[in-house]
Design a protein around this ligand. Structure first.
Ligand code: ASP
Length: 425
């Protein structure tokens, strides 16, 4: 009984942080422990399932409420500012990724030769045009049922904007019915946030389980032979935080330290779930705790969780350099330019689910003439990266989400709608 009391009374964030550190340390100590992993796997999966359960209703309801509570012209301005911020920070991310790769030179001297093949992980990256076209759903209820985020955003945005016009209508009937629909959806969104709060109470257990599993399975490799890539990816991610997010916060007169303190719940949830999509309910709560208004985050966060992937961009840059070095064909300046372009675009097309970035790496490698073909040296190097995929995915997903939250905070500040009181408390 008292252990429950202690659990629920202690600060949630501290509980999550303790679980994270403990999980990592114990995972590193108990390498290759299938029995413990088998026990912990369902506990971790339960956390991810609980988050995923609320993603669709959270996105749909906040987006409809957000879009319908502002004038359409304002929505356009917020949309443009958000996309502009995302584009600039993504370009910064690839430059940082390539810069860190060029300085640390991971993989140099590995001299891989064609002998082994990767274990069938060679997958096709989808084409850009297809990704863009599929944003428009042919069956809105279908995409909501299947949880396809981008088409769902598209439909909910249109629905919300239409509702905004309805609420403004001169026709009393239209006005009244639009307001009824609005109140209903608003009620759904309130209920969802209550559920997010409950799910977070379980977070420490889920975090412990997920982190233990990853460190127990991959820890040795990441700190051993592949330490230079792991180090370079994480250094790039850290630089992205300091040079991009902290600096933009400071430029917009927001305390970087307060930002870092407030963003932690989303950062940690993304770290352990390895999914920007599954982290959305928590990112939304985090943005609220920063005083970002609904009309800014309800668009910026769902869109960011599928299109703004700064962490993935850093990863693509570093890993492209690693693989090129490992096969003895370091990237030329021209190839670096190509990587810059394809990595930024590939990140836009990366889904916010675990492992999506590794598929996009195929596209980037292809663009510089290093296709992953069974038996080739590139495939061997790619296989090595896949070996520590989970660890790299944790860091990059975490940064993907931090980038989204930073974006909506900056846009709100620029719109002069950020509630800055919470930044001083
Ligand atoms: N797991 C990442 C995310 O959800 C995407 C990736 O694999 O890079 O943001």
């Amino acid at each position: 009984m008292s252990i429950f009391k202690l659990y629920f009374k202690s600060n949630l964030l501290i509980r999550i942080l303790v679980a994270l550190v403990l999980g990592a340390i114990l995972g590193l100590i108990f390498q290759d422990a299938p029995k413990i992993v088998a026990v912990l796997t369902p506990l971790g999966e339960l956390f991810v399932r609980l988050l995923k359960m609320i993603v669709v209703p959270v996105i749909a309801s906040t987006l409809i409420v957000g879009a319908s509570s502002i004038a359409p012209s304002q929505l356009g301005r917020i949309g443009v500012k958000t996309m502009l911020y995302y584009t600039i920070t993504s370009i910064a991310a690839i430059l940082i990724g390539l810069g860190v790769g060029a300085v640390i030179k991971p993989g140099l001297g590995l001299q891989l030769v064609s002998e082994m093949a990767t274990d069938g992980k060679v997958a096709e990256a989808p084409s850009m045009l297809k990704i863009l076209l599929e944003i428009v759903p042919t069956n809105p209820i279908g995409v909501i049922a299947e949880g396809q985020v981008l088409p769902m955003i598209f439909f909910c945005l249109m629905f919300g904007i239409a509702l905004a016009f309805g609420k403004d209508s001169d026709d009393d009937n239209v006005k009244k019915s639009s307001e009824t629909v609005y109140s209903f959806v608003d009620g759904v969104s309130q209920a969802m946030f209550k559920i997010v709060g409950w799910v977070m109470q379980y977070a420490p257990i889920g975090v412990f389980a997920l982190i233990f599993i990853v460190f127990s399975k991959n820890g040795a490799a990441a700190f051993g032979s592949l330490a230079s890539v792991t180090g370079a990816v994480y250094l790039g991610l850290a630089l992205q935080v300091v040079l991009v997010y902290c600096v933009t916060c400071a430029l917009f007169k927001l305390s970087p330290l307060t930002f870092l303190r407030k963003v932690r719940p989303a950062m940690i949830t993304a770290f352990v779930t390895r999914s920007s999509g599954a982290t959305l309910p928590v990112s939304i709560q985090t943005a609220e705790s920063m005083g970002v208004p609904k009309n800014v985050y309800s668009f910026g966060l769902p869109v960011g969780s599928t299109m703004n992937m700064d962490g993935t961009t850093v990863y693509l840059g570093v890993c492209a350099i690693f693989i090129a070095n490992a096969v003895g064909m370091p990237l030329t300046p021209d190839q670096m330019m190509t990587v810059t372009l394809t990595a930024v675009l590939a990140a836009v097309g990366t889904a916010g689910v675990p492992g999506a970035g590794a598929i996009m790496l195929l596209m980037v490698l292809e663009s510089v003439g290093l296709p992953v073909e069974a038996g080739s040296a590139v495939a061997v190097a790619y296989g090595m990266i896949l070996g520590i995929e989970a660890l790299l995915d944790m860091g990059r997903t975490s940064m993907n989400v931090v980038g989204d939250v930073a974006g909506v905070a900056i846009v709100a500040k620029h719109e002069k709608t950020l509630d800055e009181k919470v930044w001083h408390s």
